[in-house]
Design a protein around this ligand. Structure first.
Ligand SMILES: *Cc1c(COP(=O)(O)O)cnc(C)c1O
Length: 368
């Protein structure tokens, strides 16, 4: 760590310094144009995002949570339907189907990849199941091909919550670009983040895309004429301008994240359980997350050395008191992950001396 500077968990200030002239110019252009909602910046971003991930349609919206809600509304989720979600994710993954009136079922995760386990999903499918929400957690693809096959076999939908994984790809599958419908978030700390809230829905089908766009705009195509009850969820032109600049640097940031992950992988002691590197997959590395029995002890030791860490997530979704009324499906792998995971600093412009310092501090704690 440089003298007098604090290490950041996700260094957005440094990223801004690197692209400052481009970002400032792009934001100034929007302000001068006077077009703050929708307009050419948002339309251009939607095309660029679709191109990047291979989706047929992109509909930008206000945040990743709204994106989930819009997708579920467009899929016609009804009260009483069951939706299968992973037991281990950010709350919004379960919150939005619950808000739409669905009954949640919780699939356990694979203990090595932390991704939703297709076998557990299969065991939960019944005549009331409307669909599956797969989260590509920590920036690694969920087993989307297996889950899509399972969904097709049972005539239910698969929605990918790609809030952490935009940019991940493996063979013919890409996050947000392959599932019939997918969502992402541009929250500042996500791999592709804006300077406030932002999100997007992706899909392959023209009719579904039209429906999502309608729902995001008060159910209206023509001003003051409303054909559906929707919501107001749009991306600001200023956020679109920031995102277009960041998207132009995103490939190289993903490479940098992969380099950071590889360094951790090589340098951290084998006494911690390290994340899986998936052969042939470009992971988005939203988080670099290790597992260790005395997670809290390790975390305290790192905090003392000025190294920020985070726990994604300290509770399973099944254990959230807000979701008490839903199914209590047993999820031992998710419970163990919640007790043991620890995310280390990870972002697209990490510096080598910080990385060295982190590895040294972790390894020192482990040899004590
Ligand atoms: C961040 C996140 C969301 C919500 O995105 P917001 O833009 O903060 O609303 C949803 N799902 C997952 C898995 C996330 O990580």
């Amino acid at each position: 760590m440089r003298k007098g500077e604090f290490m950041e968990f996700c260094d957005l200030k440094r990223q801004y310094q690197l692209y400052q002239s481009e970002i400032d110019a792009a934001m100034a252009a929007v302000i001068k144009s006077g077009q703050f909602i929708g307009g050419p910046e948002v339309a251009a971003l939607e095309l660029e995002l679709a191109q990047f991930c291979g989706a047929s349609h992109t509909i930008a919206c206000a945040n990743g949570t709204d994106a989930l809600q819009l997708a579920l509304m467009a899929l016609d989720l009804k009260s009483g339907d069951e939706v299968i979600v992973p037991a281990f994710s950010f709350f919004a993954t379960a919150e939005m189907p619950a808000l739409c009136g669905a009954r949640l079922r919780f699939a356990d995760i694979n203990p090595l990849s932390y991704q939703m386990d297709p076998q557990s999903v299969q065991s939960l499918i019944n005549s009331k199941t409307a669909g599956i929400i797969a989260v590509s957690l920590y920036g690694q693809l969920a087993p989307l091909d297996q889950l899509q096959t399972l969904a097709d076999e049972h005539g239910i939908w698969l929605l990918e919550d790609g809030a952490q994984s935009f940019g991940a790809k493996q063979g013919a599958w890409s996050s947000c670009g392959s599932a019939k419908i997918a969502t992402t978030s541009f929250f500042p700390a996500k791999p592709l983040g804006c300077y406030g809230d932002g999100g997007a829905v992706f899909c392959q089908d023209d009719k579904l895309a039209e429906r999502i766009r309608l729902l995001a705009n008060h159910g209206s195509k023509q001003r003051y004429v409303h054909e559906a009850v929707g919501i107001n969820s749009r991306l600001d032109a200023l956020q679109a301008a920031v995102l277009r600049v960041k998207l132009s640097h995103f490939e190289s940031e993903l490479e940098h994240r992969a380099w950071v992950a590889q360094y951790y992988q090589d340098q951290l002691s084998d006494r911690v359980i390290k994340p899986q590197l998936c052969a042939g997959q470009r992971q988005a590395w939203a988080q670099y997350t290790i597992r260790f029995k005395d997670r809290d002890g390790l975390r305290d030791a790192l905090t003392e050395k000025g190294i920020p860490t985070a726990v994604h997530y300290p509770q399973t979704l099944v254990a959230q008191s807000a979701l008490k009324g839903h199914a209590q499906d047993p999820c031992p792998n998710a419970e163990r992950a919640a007790a043991e995971v620890l995310s280390l600093p990870m972002h697209g412009c990490m510096q080598f001396q910080d990385l060295q310092k982190i590895c040294h501090a972790v390894n020192e704690f482990l040899t004590k």
